[in-house]
Ligand binder design. Structure first.
Ligand code: NAP
Length: 487
């Protein structure tokens, strides 16, 4: 007899919305989406800094079942992406499932159920938890002396304070990741001065970002199959030209990316001294590759300063660098990235008679195929540890993972298993293979980056994307502890 299941989805970002739509479509309507904020949209809700955009082409960074003829640009801006998720959620009628403004604090597994408790004291009891909690969502604040003493406006890039006027301000930005680069290009013409505090230079891939014309959009609207084709072509191109390149440091594609970045630097930056300070001493794409149409132009403007001297401390009036210079500022933005190993924490996750998640992940987070953690039954993650996080559209990743999770869930629904979690053996073997494969990736070629775990091993999926697709096509059930129902 088919078992009726109740689900909890944690998070109403891209992956949580996807899960809700898919459960609803499958007629599995007994679920709640828990969202700590008062709006959906995850990273696109939290990152509202000037210039925020996605460096995955918009027609690829779209749900395959909700392609969008209205994208304004090849790489559309963040607010448009947030609107897209909001609209898709609305059109699929899933808002009714979302409990906004209520953060899940604990998930305890006992007596065959997950018991959830939220910040408001609300309790729920579910059969299956789908953790769609995102990857880069806990801002990392730098450990710099005097951070609290700054008398101007100070905020992390993911906590942008839109009440602070930028026009005519003296602004400092710490960091040179994708975020800092996007902010720099977006605001350089508005601010009086911009000091970019660079600890490590970055390779930058030039990337034009043309708008889609009204004619293009009408053509997509009139012939949706042309969008399907574009989506599929971009997926293929991205896999071959980028995702498969970064996992093979000797591939011709990664060498081509290196040449394009070098050429971009050589031809875009005229002053040899500035060029030298912008030139990384590690390989392109070792750190997450930055894509920008105009960062080099922005940093060469007369009101921009690239500060490569190390930061000594932060004072009331600004940033003091190690050479004794005080860079006086009105606004200081910390574009210093995120804690990339939290995943569903700080939620306290425990299993009766077993480990807590903090114990299981005491060394570092890991999961079988990034989805299931040994000893944590009926809890499945989207975009969990060791997935293809930096090398592909996370939407396609989440769609593939969701399809896989549903095949596990079907076993439970069919009454063939009451509990499913990956075996320790399968997880250990997966981890060992992953660590070995990571040696060949460009991420291992000598740089500091958030891809690297505490041992310096890249934590991301180290194989070509096709292998991920193949793995996600059908679970290998011998990799799972499937507890049979008692008869
Ligand atoms: P990030 O890539 O982690 O960069 C953080 C920057 O802050 C680095 O330049 C880092 O320097 C610097 N930093 C950190 N602590 C510092 C300190 N104490 N002193 C000086 N500098 C310090 O963060 P992000 O730019 O926010 O990007 C995070 C990720 O979000 C990206 O890798 C990407 O995956 C994603 N993202 C994507 C897009 C997109 O278009 N799809 C846009 C923005 C972000 P070091 O390099 O020396 O560590």
């Amino acid at each position: 007899m088919e078992r009726e299941l109740r689900f909890a989805i944690i998070g109403a970002g891209m992956a949580g919305i996807l899960s809700a739509i898919k459960l609803d479509e499958a007629g599995l309507t007994d679920f709640t989406v828990y969202e700590k904020a008062d709006r959906l949209g995850g990273t696109w809700r939290e990152n509202t800094y000037p210039g925020v955009a996605c460096d995955v082409p918009s027609h690829l960074y779209s749900y395959s079942f909700a392609l969008n003829p209205e994208w304004s640009h090849v790489f559309s801006p963040g607010p448009e992406i947030w609107n897209y998720f909001d609209r898709v959620a609305h059109e699929h009628g899933i808002e009714k499932y979302i409990r906004f403004g209520d953060e899940v604090l604990t998930c305890d597994y006992a007596d065959g159920k997950w018991h959830l408790e939220t910040a408001s004291g609300h309790r729920d009891e579910v059969d299956v938890v789908i953790a769609a909690t995102g990857v880069l969502h806990h801002p990392k604040y730098p450990d710099i002396d005097g951070l609290d003493s700054f008398q101007g406006h100070l905020f992390h890039s993911a906590r942008w304070d839109h009440d602070v006027p930028l026009d005519g301000a003296r602004i400092g930005i710490i960091g040179t990741g994708s975020t800092a680069v996007q902010i720099t290009s977006a605001i350089i013409d508005r601010v009086a001065s911009l000091a970019l505090f660079q600890r490590t230079p970055q390779w930058i891939l030039p990337q034009a970002n043309p708008p889609y014309s009204d004619h293009d959009k009408a053509a997509f609207r009139d012939d949706p199959t042309s969008m399907d084709q574009l989506h599929n072509n971009l997926s293929q191109l991205f896999a071959e030209g980028f995702a498969n390149a970064v996992v093979d440091a000797e591939s011709p594609q990664i060498k081509m990316i290196q040449e394009m970045c070098e050429n971009n630097l050589e031809t875009s930056v005229t002053d040899p001294e500035l060029r030298a300070r912008l030139r990384p001493d590690y390989r392109a794409a070792c750190k997450r590759l930055i894509v920008s149409e105009d960062f080099y132009q922005a940093i060469q403007k007369p009101n921009a300063t690239l500060v490569t001297e190390g930061i000594d401390r932060i004072e009331e009036a600004g940033v003091r660098t190690k050479d004794g210079v005080l860079h006086e500022l009105d606004i200081l933005v910390l574009a210093t990235g995120f804690k990339s190993d939290a995943f569903l924490r700080p939620i306290s996750v425990t299993v009766e008679g077993g480990e807590s998640l903090d114990e299981a992940w005491a060394k570092r987070p890991s999961a079988y195929l990034s989805i299931s953690i040994p000893g944590f039954p009926n809890l499945f993650m989207l975009n969990g540890p060791n997935g293809p996080v930096g090398n592909f559209s996370l939407i396609e990743v989440a769609e593939l993972q969701f399809g896989y999770i549903m095949q596990l869930v079907d076993r439970i629904r069919a009454g063939e298993a009451t509990e499913i979690s990956a075996t320790h053996d399968a997880t250990d073997a997966f981890d060992a293979a992953r660590v070995e494969a990571a040696k060949k990736t460009v991420w291992s070629t000598g740089c500091r980056s958030w891809y690297l775990d505490d041992r310096g091993v890249p934590a991301a999926w180290p194989w070509p994307f096709d292998r991920f697709r193949e793995e996600m096509a059908a679970p290998k059930f011998d990799a799972y502890d499937c507890r049979a129902p008692s008869r």
